[in-house]
Design a binder for this molecule. Structure first.
Ligand code: TZP
Ligand code: MG
Length: 221
């Protein structure tokens, strides 16, 4: 497990350039930081590698100007994470194995996506050296077209009952439903459209952050 603390996993902004409807990505990130996000995951499925690296470096530079520490996590692309000195890598079931990430980035945050109890069992997630599980989609979402079937709050609670790993919930989460997602057992929330597509991303981040701060955290069993 990495040197980063759990509070840093509370509110992830997951980027999606195409969904930044009202502002350029870097402005969205700055606004979201001002609004209280704790972590950024750069998730760009179609950017050419060279642009991906350039964007990751720009983000790293922006985050270095912020007084509190906001980790930059790269989705999928371990090579991009190495190239930009990222704080972490988030991978899915089909991506590079976490043991390999750990070997090259021993202190990094490592997150793994799961969308069912079966996923957790099949990868023996409880035995893996990871910092959190990304769990979802909790609700149906147009943002990820190839997403698995939504697990709902019940599915999240079921996953909560079989692992002590921190759970970061994703999929259709916004400030309206955030409290019930936390109540079902999430330790953190990850959002794309709720912040990226917002007219006022700072306000949107602030509302989510307020819900997190005012909700009693789930007790590990
Ligand atoms: N993985 C599961 S759902 C999802 C990802 C990347 C997209 C979440 O996007 P949104 O807009 O917050 O529903
Ligand atoms: Mg992936």
């Amino acid at each position: 497990v990495s040197d980063y603390n759990r509070e840093m996993l509370a509110l992830h902004l997951i980027t999606n350039t195409a969904l930044c409807l009202h502002h350029p990505l870097l402005d969205v990130v700055q606004a979201a930081v001002n609004g209280g996000i704790s972590c950024i995951q750069l998730r760009e499925k179609t950017l050419p590698t060279r642009e991906f690296v350039a964007l990751a470096r720009e983000l790293k530079k922006l985050l270095a100007t912020i007084p509190r520490q906001i980790p930059l996590i790269i989705n999928d692309r371990f090579d991009v994470a190495l190239a930009c000195g990222a704080d972490g890598v988030h991978v899915g079931q089909e991506d590079i194995p976490v043991e390999i990430i750990r070997r090259w980035l021993p202190g990094a945050i490592v997150g793994l996506s799961v969308s069912s109890v079966a996923d957790i069992k099949s990868v023996e997630a409880n035995q893996l050296d990871i910092d959190y599980l990304g769990v979802g989609p909790v609700f149906s979402t147009p943002t990820k077209l190839d997403a698995a079937h939504p697990i709902g709050l019940d599915g999240l609670a079921l996953i909560r009952s079989i692992t002590r790993l921190p759970l970061v919930a994703i999929g259709g989460i916004n400030s309206q439903n955030a409290a019930e997602v936390l109540a079902a057992g999430a330790n953190g929330l990850a959002v794309v459209s709720a912040i990226c597509a917002a007219r006022d991303p700072e306000e949107s981040a602030r509302r989510l952050s307020t819900v997190i701060q005012t909700t009693v955290p789930h007790k590990f069993r």
